[in-house]
Write a protein that binds this ligand. Sequence first.
Ligand SMILES: NC(=O)c1ccc[n+]([C@@H]2O[C@H](COP(=O)([O-])OP(=O)(O)OC[C@H]3O[C@@H](n4cnc5c(N)ncnc54)[C@H](OP(=O)(O)O)[C@@H]3O)[C@@H](O)[C@H]2O)c1
Length: 512
Amino acid sequence: MPDAQRHPFLQGLSKHRGAPPTVVVIFGASGDLTARKLIPAVFNLGYDNLLPADFFLVGFGRKPIPDEEFRKIATGAIKEFSRRELNADVWDRIAANTSYVAGGYDERAAFDRLAKHIAALETRIGREVQTLFYISTPPSVFAPILLNLGASGLAARYLGRRHHSKVIIEKPFGRDLISARALNTTIRSVFEEHQVYRIDHYLGKETVQDLLVQRFANAIFEPLWNRNFIDSVQITVAEEVGVGTRGGYYEQSGALRDMIQNHTMQLVALTAMEPPVSLDAEAVRDEKVKVLKSIQPLKIGAGGDVTRAQYAAGMMGGKMVKGYLEEEGIAAQSATETYAAMRLSINNWRWQGVPFYIRSGKRMARRVSEIAIQFKRPPGTLFAESDRFNLAANTLAFQIQPDEGLSLVLNGKVPGLETRMQPVKMNFRYSTTFGSNTPEAYERLVLDAMIGDGTLFIRGDEAETSWALYTPVLEAWATAGREGMGSYAAGSWGPAEAEALLATGKHAWRQP
Ligand SMILES: NC(=O)c1ccc[n+]([C@@H]2O[C@H](COP(=O)([O-])OP(=O)(O)OC[C@H]3O[C@@H](n4cnc5c(N)ncnc54)[C@H](OP(=O)(O)O)[C@@H]3O)[C@@H](O)[C@H]2O)c1
């Protein structure tokens, strides 16, 4: 198998040998994501010697920025946001090959200038380079950028050869099924699917990748990973922050679009999918799509599978914080949910009858993302629940952020002459086992795209399958307006309606 197609799990740090000479072009290079994540990711890849020897970084945006100024901005971004301190030896080498092209995203001539700029870089080193386009702009300009990459010939550079052009597309990937399909149609009019890397940065997180390793590299889990042994699964993506100054953006989004449809569904897919035939990108993504397609349509309305709410004022960290409707830029009668919870039923041989409960919200008690696998209780013949026997269901929890790791709750004997029992927790923390300086998600993802490994990216049909599940919910909510909107105090674990959603199945939300 060629290096470029092998999965990182198989080849470890040797992957840098696979990246051909590359120019990364960032559209929206003056933006927040570029400064906070992309530039630091490039720097840290350089630090780890994972960039190809011939590497170029080109920023693109509407405002003219001289090369020197862009390099200064990038240096500042590394100082402020990188997980490692700026290292002059590493950064100077990258900065020497960093430049900026100004132009409109819908301006065809600007893309011709960009093409010339890239050709000049190739002439300078006397080698062909692949181009990796990173579209890091608001979604309103995704289509013009894509179409201009097509019209200028940049998308088709070296097509059919290993160093063909590639494109990374940021989220949000559409806002419902129709818009996601339209975006896919635009993409496919310009790029072939294998050139496209739809990003969900959750997939770049260590623990998310570790989920596959835990499932398929340990003999003890897979035999239990089904409806015979698992009672239910809970996936939580909770934020402490409110909408802050981004109210205008959030009003157009909400918890379902912002978190559930993308990040949370990626976690569902990786938890529930069948073992792929290999770790090849298509094999993994085929299994993810299959399991997403097995999810039953969601019942909406009273007694249904979905619930939504907005945060009200509440105490957080000893301070009173505002409710959603009082935040800046939020309509007085806003019907945008800041919390959503769902009960998913996966109708296949492995999972029938095992509810997958998922929830995501802002202004919740704690910032945490986790997947908790709750096993069935042991039969109570020997140790029936009592004061002495505080029996817990075994729970395997993958903590994705913060403090990445894995814990397993077992029942253990309390030391002493009397037989007493209580749940005990076995913990594995990345920071204690491997040190705290683990790579950021964007480092892994930019490197994988450079190499041509799409395993940790979303395929077009995967995005559409997820939207197909949630679009009816969004439409029903849009019709209902504020009717049925729950409320929860900021700093709590969510609304009463979400508790009721689980209570019908005799379950309760964990407090991770
Ligand atoms: N920021 C994050 O933490 C984050 C996290 C996950 C995903 N994302 C996604 O990443 C993408 C970029 O995010 P960002 O926070 O960097 O966005 P941003 O700062 O709002 O915009 C990035 C750049 O795009 C250009 N731009 C902004 N508004 C535009 C408009 N209306 N029309 C045309 N160009 C416009 C601007 O560059 P010029 O004026 O120089 O052209 C701007 O600097 C978005 O799709 C976002 O959803 C961001």
